[in-house]
Design a protein around this ligand. Structure first.
Ligand SMILES: [Zn+2]
Length: 261
């Protein structure tokens, strides 16, 4: 059994999220870290965590790559965090913009605004001792690492991690986790990442309802995919699947301070 460390269970694709949880539990995924993007999706996660306290754990987030989100939205998420921090296991997903900067004339300005917003959110994570689930792909990863260290954040994961081997090495040396998605089954970059990073620093996730290629093409996406990711991690590490799942579950529990179900 394993835990899905990053899933958008709030998404309308999961019209019956608790049923998706039940399906996942029958397929070796015993729990889900439900990350949010804004006030509405965060509220949905709080609701789901309350209705499945041993299977869903909520994080409250502010997505850094969603153009539509304003400073007023950020303030609303800050108020939500202040009110509900004792009911959540983490801040996420938060991070730095990357994909939304592509081709934008004011990319530098947008990045500066993204950094300032992340600083505000990490200050709250530090105050309330929350784990952080980061969106900081490619060139954003090194910056996000610095931000974590500036705020003395002790527990964090770089979700769907994509960065150079050097930056990955620094993230692991700093004691943070990196997480892989179903892409690890068919994408060389992700397979090399798993080879590089010790099992003690790895997590698995679905990032559902994101749809994947390879053997997953045309299939529905959900937290259950995390079990297939764990299986592939075990193959790459040449370790028995049970030991791999136990290690990955332990990591998720350490990161989010979960009690074993
Ligand atoms: Zn996500």
């Amino acid at each position: 059994m394993v835990i899905d460390s990053h899933c958008h269970l709030h998404d309308p694709a999961f019209s019956d999220a608790l049923d998706a949880l039940r399906v996942s539990q029958s397929l070796d995924v015993w729990g889900v870290i439900a990350v949010g993007c804004d006030v509405a999706t965060n509220a949905r996660n709080l609701q789901l965590a309350a209705s499945a306290p041993k299977g869903v754990w909520a994080c409250l987030g502010f997505h850094p790559d969603q153009d539509r989100l304003t400073d007023a939205d950020l303030e609303a998420v800050e108020r939500q965090l202040t009110e509900h921090h004792s009911r959540v296991v983490g801040l996420g997903e938060v991070g730095l913009p990357w994909y939304s900067l592509e081709g934008k004339a004011d990319a530098a300005e947008r990045m500066a605004r993204g950094r300032a917003r992340l600083d505000r959110l990490l200050a709250l994570a530090a105050r309330y001792d929350l784990a952080v689930s980061l969106h900081a792909p490619h060139g954003a990863a090194a910056d996000a690492l610095q931000a974590l260290q500036r705020h003395r954040i002790e527990r964090a994961v770089f979700h769907w991690h994509k960065a150079s081997p050097e930056v990955t090495r620094d993230i692991v040396a700093a004691g943070y986790f990196v997480s892989v998605t179903p892409e690890v089954v068919y994408r060389e970059r992700d397979r090399a990442l798993v080879e590089q990073v010790p099992l003690e620093s790895l997590l698995v996730e679905s990032d559902a309802p994101w749809k994947y290629g390879g053997e997953f093409a045309g299939l529905e996406s959900g937290p259950w995919l995390a079990a297939r990711v764990a299986e592939e991690v075990g193959k790459l590490k040449r370790a028995p699947i049970e030991d791999t799942m136990f290690g990955l579950s332990t990591n998720a529990c350490r990161l989010f301070h979960l009690a074993w179900a």
